[in-house]
Design a protein around this ligand. Structure first.
Ligand code: HEM
Length: 482
């Protein structure tokens, strides 16, 4: 299965190993992937001492499981996670620990129950229909130039817009206006850029207060906008008969069974700021890369389209949008998305702090060590994965994958994390991705844009610095219709 652009899909080649950690840190200012050298893809565990701090990179499956599941209390989220995100998300669920986290998690889990996923499906469908309208409008605007080669467009932008629209509709029951979107995306992009740099500067011991104040300026725009949107939504629902069934409502109604308390208004703002970040940045990153891969691998795209067309054919006469149950009939689409998450995990590293002295594989892990687990590195480990850098969705297809591959998917496929801190939005993300991918391949042919290769950088999430450009061609109506 050859990609017309490269034998393996694009990834930033690591430097050959060297011991100058400070040089790696400077590369890390631009992208966290700059810290990794070629040896890191092969070793069970890496460690280095820098300015008195012990840094570990844990790749071995049992050690990963120990940090994230078996001895999770011994390895809480590192304080750097809290303070790099605090200006934006306050003390929301993602970065706090202990009983503060447990209480929030009990309530967030209530908001993400399966019933809730069914309830928000129409809002997701609305956002995907709006995406199709925007893409069609771009194709019509370019029509004189539209030939068999399709129309070039920035798919990363299109995916950012649709995923942000999904999250605004599902949390706040209203669409994202295009006019407000660009200012917000710019503020997020700036925050991401600065946050990645600030983490590295903190490792170099720059003072925390100054760095946080610097981040705060970029966070303020986003928080103001989200606060205003929550207020507007609460006012609209003041009449009991018009209370929308959205995620905000689920968060408002959630009660901690142990204390009987719910989220206070200030906590609600922090949670929504985080859900907006977690819910759109990650999915946009994954869907942008999935679309890129489909444009590079026409056989995969065709097989996915055939799966969707067969499903559409079998439900002729049913309402236009794919239903909750339909989405369970798209195993190949799910495999494409899961393989994209393996190659391009949107959250490419997690950092934990060793709050007790202990062992990691064959090494002593002193108290206070910074322990990093990187889905990017773990999911490309050469000893674990056959063709680790190749794009093979069949790895995730129950009917064709080997027992060994099934085990790998259980042990070393960690794009959503693992253990008690695992992402509660995973099913939400998959539901959204299936809707978007099904509509994309059903209506359009995705073609590569010659000479365009994503320049991947890992900051808070993995994004392409130069966008993701590909060509889109509308399929004839006869092929689209159910
Ligand atoms: C492809 C999309 C997504 C990916 C790859 C992803 C990945 C992750 C990862 C890796 C973590 C943290 C794991 C750790 O540090 O141990 C996380 C946490 C979280 N994610 Fe997601 N996520 C995605 C989508 C979403 C969506 C759509 C939502 C909600 C709308 C969401 C909500 C959350 C929450 C609330 C947490 C915090 C959990 C906790 O700390 O207990 N995520 N996610």
């Amino acid at each position: 299965m050859a990609c017309p652009l490269a034998p393996e899909p694009v990834y930033p080649r690591p430097d050959p190993h060297h011991n100058q950690f400070i040089r790696r840190l400077f590369k890390g200012l631009h992208s966290w992937l700059g810290l990794i050298t070629d040896v890191d893809y092969r070793i069970p565990i890496g460690s280095v001492q820098f300015l008195g701090l012990n840094l570990f990179l844990v790749n071995q499956p049992q050690a990963v499981k120990r940090v994230m599941v078996d001895a999770v209390e011994q390895f809480p989220k590192h304080p750097y996670t809290l303070w790099v995100l605090e200006p934006l998300i306050g003390r929301a669920i993602f970065s706090v620990n202990g009983s503060e986290w447990e209480r929030q998690r009990r309530m967030v889990d209530q908001a993400f129950q399966v019933a809730q996923l069914r309830r928000v499906l129409p809002q997701m469908q609305g956002a995907v229909a709006a995406m199709v309208e925007r893409l069609d409008a771009s194709l019509i605007a370019a029509r004189p130039a539209d030939s068999a080669g399709g129309v070039a467009l920035e798919i990363d932008q299109a995916m950012t817009l649709v995923t942000a629209d999904v999250i605004v509709r599902t949390i706040l029951s209203r669409p994202l206006q295009q006019a407000e979107a660009s200012g917000i995306f710019e503020a997020f992009a700036r925050y991401q850029r600065r946050a990645g740099q600030v983490l590295i500067l903190r490792l170099m011991r720059l003072p925390q207060r100054r760095l946080q104040a610097y981040l705060g300026r970029h966070a303020a725009t986003i928080r103001r906008w989200i606060d205003g949107a929550i207020e507007e939504r609460l006012r609209a629902a003041a009449v009991p008969a018009s209370v929308p069934q959205d995620l905000l409502q689920a968060l408002l109604e959630a009660r901690d069974p142990q204390s009987g308390t719910g989220f206070a208004r200030a906590e609600l703002l922090d949670q929504v700021c985080f859900l907006f970040l977690a819910g759109h940045e990650t999915s946009a990153s994954a869907l942008g890369m999935a679309a890129y891969l489909l444009s590079c691998y026409p056989e995969v795209q065709q097989r996915l389209r055939a799966e969707v067309q067969q499903l559409m054919g079998s439900r002729a006469g049913a309402p236009e949008g794919l239903s909750f149950d339909d989405l369970r009939q798209l195993p190949y689409a799910a495999a494409v998305f899961n393989e994209t998450l393996r190659l391009y995990p949107p959250v490419s590293f997690f950092i934990r702090e060793a709050c007790r002295e202990g062992d990691l594989v064959d090494r002593r892990c002193p108290l206070g060590s910074l322990v990093t687990i990187s889905p990017w590195v773990v999911q490309r480990q050469e000893q674990q994965w056959p063709q680790p850098h190749g794009f093979r969705p069949e790895r995730f297809l129950a009917e064709s994958c080997s027992a060994e591959e099934r085990q790998l998917a259980r042990d070393v496929w960690i794009p959503y994390g693992m253990g008690p801190r695992k992402c509660p939005g995973a099913a939400f993300a998959l539901q959204e991705a299936l809707l978007v991918l099904a509509e994309l391949v059903r209506r359009y042919e995705l073609l590569p844009e010659p000479g365009q290769t994503p320049d991947l950088v890992a900051r808070l999430t993995l994004r392409s610095r130069n966008g993701i450009r590909l060509r889109l061609r509308r399929l004839p109506e006869a092929e689209v219709a159910p």
